[in-house]
Design a protein around this ligand. Structure first.
Ligand code: ATP
Ligand code: MG
Length: 366
């Protein structure tokens, strides 16, 4: 799949922009704060209806404007397609179209333009806290499995309600009577999450291992371990069994949850770890090892998505290449030889030989 043209009106710092892209490499060059990441955000939003940086949709509307328009021509599923979003500065819901016909949900545009974003924070994801790893895994899984996304949203809702019960129970002790109902629902949906994750991380490990072997010349053995609630000894077990295991764990922590007023156990605490030849990266990995493993994971994510849809997703590399030494840059560039890629950097340097270069200055292409 590829994005051929992009039109922006009042999106972030772009008042009016029209760009055509190369089917291969597109280098977006410009000084700091000129709009490079904004451009990647627009591309990613066009495909998913989600922003990787905005908390509120209105943030993406140019200061002072009342709505933003993002439109793009895409070649995917063996035909030309057009996607369009209109975002409003106020509370009015956004609107979307696929090939000129209005759609209600992003589910109706899924698969037209899939993107995988890779940014400098991802390079250190194996060293930082669990929540960044969960986000990485969750966002990849949501793109792969719409049903997972629905389950994750439901889990989040129930978890929030349960948190409120735990906090408000002093003022309103009767709330405790409905707690078991919420726990049961959490275990039901949580079991589903674990089941999806177990399969996803298994596939991710296999694909990442192959990249890592190429990269390190097979010198280190890459392995990824998915970690969930301790009573779940086999995350591949049937969902009903997972549900049972989750309930057991919740029951064992009932007092602790009441005392702390927090939801202490469940798949919202899940994590994964990567080790090289049996040595845990989080504790012992060098910076180079950590980066190499992270690159392998990202390329693996793109491969899994591509396998699913039969088309290579568009890769968005935000400032990543300039963070890497020439050996790693070349590895990444060689591994992305198929498919379309957008690379942002401040200095085009050694990359100008590739594809098309687009210079961005203060929200304009120059
Ligand atoms: P860097 O190299 O530092 O990463 P960049 O080129 O990626 O820079 P962006 O993050 O794309 O920069 O753009 C940042 C600019 O966009 C900032 O100057 C910011 O003020 C501006 N900006 C962000 N949102 C809006 C908005 N809604 N309206 C107008 N300008 C905005
Ligand atoms: Mg940027």
């Amino acid at each position: 799949m590829q994005l051929n043209d992009l039109f922006l009106r009042d999106f972030r710092n772009y008042e009016d922009l029209a760009l055509s892209f190369d089917p291969g490499v597109n280098l977006i060059v410009g000084d700091n704060a000129q709009g490079k990441t904004n451009l990647l955000e627009a591309i990613s939003y066009l495909g998913s209806g989600k922003s990787f940086r905005a908390f509120k949709t209105g943030e993406m509307v140019r200061f002072g404007a009342d709505h933003a328009d993002i439109r793009g021509n895409v070649y995917s599923q063996e035909r030309e397609q057009e996607l369009r979003f209109v975002l409003f500065a106020g509370s009015r819901p956004r609107q979307l179209w696929r090939n000129g016909s209005k759609k209600k949900t992003t589910g109706e545009i899924s698969g037209v333009l899939q993107t995988v974003l890779f940014c400098p924070e991802d390079l250190m994801v194996l060293k930082t806290g669990a929540s960044a790893r969960r986000r990485l895994g969750d966002s990849a899984l949501c793109q792969l499995r719409p049903n997972y996304e629905a389950a994750l949203a439901e889990y989040g809702r129930v978890l929030e309600q349960k948190s409120r019960i735990l906090k408000d129970r002093y003022e309103n002790p009767a709330l405790l009577e409905i707690l078991p109902e919420y726990n049961a629902r959490l275990c039901q949906v949580g079991a589903l999450l674990i089941s999806y994750r177990a399969r996803f991380y298994d596939g991710l490990e296999k694909a990442a291992k192959t990249y890592h072997d190429h990269f390190s010349g097979g010198a280190e053995e890459f392995s990824l371990t998915y970690r969930t609630v301790s009573t779940v000894t086999d995350p591949f077990a049937p969902v009903s069994e997972l549900q049972q295991r989750l309930l057991e764990h919740l029951d064992a922590h009932y007092r602790a949850e009441l005392e702390s007023g927090q939801c202490l156990t469940g798949p919202h605490k899940d994590d994964f770890s990567v080790s090289l030849s049996g040595i845990d990266l989080k504790a012992y990995g060098s910076q180079g090892q950590t980066r190499t493993a992270a690159i392998s994971l990202k390329l693996a994510q793109r491969e899994l998505m591509g396998r699913e849809s039969g088309e290579t997703p568009v890769l968005l590399l935000d400032d990543v290449l300039s963070e890497l030494d020439p050996g790693r840059q070349d590895f990444v560039l060689n591994q992305i030889s198929q498919g379309q890629v957008f690379i942002t950097c401040c200095e085009s340097g050694r990359f100008t030989k590739l594809g098309k270069t687009i210079q961005i200055q203060a929200g304009k292409s120059i």
